[in-house]
Design a protein around this ligand. Structure first.
Ligand code: UD1
Ligand code: UDP
Length: 384
């Protein structure tokens, strides 16, 4: 029987982390011919994930350039994908989430009338400028997609509200939990001796990340100044900040935080050490999307330095708090968690609203069922 040609396309670190376990499973799946195409919207940060999961792309557009704009990415991905799609003619493409690679790869497939499966579909913040441009990227990808893999029931409901047909939506859980469970280990030792030297028992380790476009400029300055002030106020705090490779973020981080003794400004970490650092940290400060899903699973309180989130489930569960981007507000919330153990313990609950480690399995079952390759009806992910 002819195999189903499934092409997975991604370009940045978070997409790679969340799609890698799916690609591994697609490669093993009966009846499926799995093709991997990367745009390399990110280069080094993408390659780190490809190496960790031992993935070899069949196609690599290699588009990244320093100082790239959203339009640069759009043009290069659209043109590059046109040729690859014409050459390979997949039965379906799979894209993930909300990056510009995601939206434009889906658009390129639509232009060739190739069906699109959208993994991590249906998350909505309700504000098209936050996260920017991700909220719009995700909505546009949803409009282009034929098949929607919604991580949670809330995501499913968002899609139904937008008139997406229920029969085309599957609730699968988030593949990030599949990835996380593969890399977090008890008694993990880092390769970087600086990370092993940190006294995780007696110090309060704050792990931070910050990169969002809507935070560039004043908000990011506020965030960095808040963190410096926190280290000055709390002598038992050490901050680890693996700094994103975007040059403008790096120069601001160095300028504001470079001289602070309790700060470790380090290079982006491979996913395995990063996930294990999440597991050892006391508190997480972030504007990232994926980390809002991973840290709750590890029982770590997270303060989200954004004005809204498209991931309300862990906020409802009490593990995540959206604190905005004002300096005083960030300091106040961190103070509360550092000084009041009741507040801290209230947030430090291991909850798993986003997945159970079986999302990839459900996506493949749904894919086969939907495309007539199997009669097995996919079950939905549920937290109940
Ligand atoms: C992109 C995504 C964002 C996602 C983030 C994850 C868009 C518009 N943005 O934002 O949704 O949350 O990735 O990290 O799709 N760089 C390197 N090496 C790398 C990666 C980046 O040097 O491996 C530098 C380059 O100078 C590049 C810059 O970072 O021009 C920005 O990369 P880009 O993908 O445009 O934006 P991100 O902020 O990373
Ligand atoms: N991450 C990583 N190394 C780091 C920082 C983050 O592997 O130094 C992982 C993190 O665990 C999460 C993902 O990268 O899975 C988040 O990526 P990012 O914050 O770049 O993007 P977002 O999730 O905001 O789109």
């Amino acid at each position: 029987m002819k195999k189903l040609k499934v092409m997975t396309i991604f370009g940045t670190r978070p997409e790679a982390i969340k799609m890698a376990p799916l690609v591994k499973k697609l490669q093993e799946a009966e009846g499926i011919d799995s093709i991997l195409c990367v745009t390399a919207q990110h280069r080094e940060m993408l390659d780190m994930v490809l190496n960790l999961f031992e993935l070899q792309p069949d196609y690599d557009l290699n588009i990244m350039q320093h100082g790239q704009t959203i339009s640069d990415i759009t043009v290069k991905v659209l043109k590059g994908m046109e040729q690859i799609l014409q050459e390979t003619k997949p039965d379906i493409i799979l894209v993930h989430g909300d990056t510009t690679t995601t939206f434009v790869a889906a658009l390129a497939a639509f232009y060739q009338q190739i069906p699109v499966g959208h993994v991590e579909a249906g998350l909505r913040s309700g504000n098209i400028y936050s996260p920017y441009p991700e909220e719009m990227n995700r909505r546009l990808t949803g409009s282009l997609a034929n098949l929607h893999f919604a991580p949670t029931e809330g995501n499913y409901k968002n899609l139904v509200k937008e008139d997406i047909q229920e029969k085309n939506i599957y609730i699968t859980g988030n593949t990030v939990i599949d990835a996380l469970l593969q890399v977090v280990k008890k008694d993990y030792l880092f390769e970087d001796p600086r990370l092993n030297k940190i006294d995780y028992e007696n110090k309060k380790v704050l792990l931070m990340t910050c990169h969002r476009r809507e935070n560039w400029g004043e908000p990011m300055k506020n965030i960095f100044e808040a963190v410096v002030e926190i280290t000055q106020k709390h002598k038992d705090v050490e901050v680890v900040f693996p700094v994103h490779l975007n040059p403008s973020i790096r120069s601001l981080a160095k300028e504001i935080m470079g001289e602070t003794k309790a700060m470790h400004l380090i290079e982006p970490l491979d996913y395995e050490p990063f996930a294990n650092l999440l597991n050892k940290a006391h508190l997480i400060l972030t504007d990232s999307g994926g980390i809002q899903e991973e840290a709750p699973a590890l029982g770590k309180p997270i303060l989200v330095m954004r004005t809204e989130t498209e991931r309300p489930e862990a906020v409802e569960a009490g593990t995540v708090k959206v604190v905005g981007v004002e300096k005083e507000a960030i300091i106040k919330e961190v103070d509360k968690l550092l000084l009041n153990s009741k507040d801290y313990l209230h947030m430090a609950n291991a909850v798993n609203p986003y997945g159970d480690g079986r999302a990839c399995e459900r996506i493949i079952t749904a894919l086969k069922y939907h495309l007539g390759l199997s009669q097995e009806v996919p079950e939905s992910f549920s937290t109940i």
